[in-house]
Design a protein around this ligand. Sequence first.
Ligand code: C5P
Length: 215
Amino acid sequence: DKKINIAIDGPAAAGKSTISKRVAERLGYIYIDTGAMYRAVTLLYIEKGKDIIDSLEDVEITFKREDGNRVLLNGRDVTEEIRSESVTSKVSEVSSFEAVRSYLVSMQQKLGLDKGVVMDGRDIGTTVLPDAELKVFMQASPKVRAERRLAEERARGSSIDLEQLTAQIIKRDELDMNREISPLVKAEDAVLLDTTDMTIAEVEDFILEIAQNKI
Ligand code: C5P
């Protein structure tokens, strides 16, 4: 079988990672969460200050497939920490720096070289993997996105409420859509998928069907 690359982009909390993980699993592909990479750099930025931007070549971000996709920052497991409130509220700013983007984009492009990758983020279809065989731009109403995210936040013990969450999501989208370098935008050749009224299984099947036709 021929392997393809699948790019999944869209605004915050649209369900990209949930779907990407499942699609990758079904196809036997590798899932790459590029948001986690930006979050890891942001965590380091918070801990060490802005000078880390000048020495990104010393920053190693790896994924450990065992124990459910762990994220390692210079060998340290930061899977939980990168979802914290402080990282979430700073990540769009750190992601707008040119040095951060060029470093992570080249890392991501290397991961996509052998095909067989499902990568989710904001600029995968436009910048990271412009030749991906399948590109999906996932949308959902802000209300539904906030509700879905609330369930996740509750599950990991956070007490953030729906109103705060909605404001946070809208703010992050705004920053991501309006930054200068590779802003969040649908690639011209991406399939637009509004998941507001769809179940996870429906979204998964929809994407798998298009993917199967290209494999
Ligand atoms: O996907 P997630 O919501 O975890 O991404 C966190 C943040 O990382 C986004 O809000 C965005 O600022 C940044 N990001 C990005 N480009 C990507 C993936 C994420 O700028 N490809």
